[in-house]
Design a protein around this ligand. Sequence first.
Ligand code: NAD
Length: 490
Amino acid sequence: MSTLNTFSSHNPNDGAVLADYPNTSRNEVFATVDRARTASQQWQALSPRERKKVLLRWCALLTQEVERIAALIKEETGKPISDATLEATLAIGHLAWAAKNAEKVLGSQHRPSGLLMFNMSVSVEHVPLGVVGVIGPWNYPIFTPMGSISYALAAGNAVVFKPSEYTPGVGALLGELFQEVSPIPHLFTVVTGLPETGVALTESAVDKISFTGSTRTAKKVAASCATRMVPVVLECGGKDPVIVAADADLDLAAEYALWSAMSNAGQTCIGAERVYVLESVADAFIAKIKARAEKVHPGAQGSYGPATMPSQLGVIQSHIDDAASKGAHFLIGGTDSVKAPYVEPVIMLDVPENSTAITEETFGPTLAINRVASISEAISLANATRYGLAASVFSKRHGKEIARQLQCGMVSINSVIAFAAIASVPFGGVKDSGYGRIHGPEGLLEFTYARTIVKQLFKIPLVFTSFERTPFADKFIKAAVRLLHSKGLG
Ligand code: NAD
């Protein structure tokens, strides 16, 4: 950190300083939110079609600049350029979907008024909230926050974005490129800074906070917002299980589970951390994943990069040590696999269910594989942690049946992580993995509130909402309710 009012970003490969960014103060955050409020009113005054045009222009500009964005993601996170490019393109895909679908999803809806209110015309509108504060993590510095930013803007809000202090450059570039296409100043502003800048955003006059990060921070964000009744979306950590059934395609399961666990150095909230494999196919699955894992190595030119946040190395080491001390066996790697800033792949077998490698988010290139006697045992162990973000199931015939019993927000069958790339479906978790949804129609609705408008078309002799209500009206209500709702008792 070079001066009080700036902080530095670093290359996680060698710790070299990349650039300095403003450490935005509380007062500046508050002033930014005030400016965003004026911008949100101007944005809402545009027609949905005009808003769509602006967002699609941003989409085209991001596409034109995708190589520059990917290079910056690589520089700040250490991930391979191919992963960085994929991440940026997926984020652009979400922006395009949100822009193109907002009008249809959020348009005013007519609803039936029911027998007693047949003289009413009823509609529901989805109203933008105003200013949405987005707080982002570093592991997918464009994909993750854009899941909130794109959908909040498309729904008619202004956005103030606080990127992670580990990836401020990606955030700043997003903001810079938006200014090039925006007809309205301060509609999307990036406030770089340390965690205190995030705290200030939660205490500002925002109308909603969409937070992505650790469960520990999410609880602080929710508590801060609760004091002013500011609603929150919380996208937090996971301990995602993979279930490998007896009828699984084992090559596919080994290939995908390995990638899900190790890619991006295991720093994927929806990445595999645990595998429950049916005893009858366990030896074959374990042999297949071992053969593949032996070819995977980290490094500047490796399959994946360093730990982006150096302090995570201690957490990864402690989970490996805890598993080892409780009797886990090592298929790949061991207690000496953490070699800062990299972590070699670690695959553990027979990991006690009470070890932190099973109960806590490791966020490193580690995988615990445990054998189970039945699918019901796999399901109950998969559901046993306090997380509930995503899961994968490998089974040729029973995938959906298993998926439906998992307590989590997203399940891939015979694939991994695919849902994140499909813009039309909601993304989010349950339990300690958070609440609220980004992506898809649910992600657009998340950044609006419903306003019901009921209009009396004509007056009828039977009035209910007046002191003129008659005994006949009372009788009529009773009779109507009996007629409509008493059949259930047979
Ligand atoms: P983090 O919780 O440390 O920080 C996230 C952001 O919150 C940063 O911008 C940080 O500056 C800010 N912050 C810190 N303290 C704050 C406070 N008290 N008030 C407001 N803001 C504050 O998380 P991280 O290390 O950046 O990200 C990794 C975590 O994010 C992992 O747990 C991962 O699973 C999770 N994650 C979840 C998803 C998802 O969609 N569910 C996606 C990506 C990452």
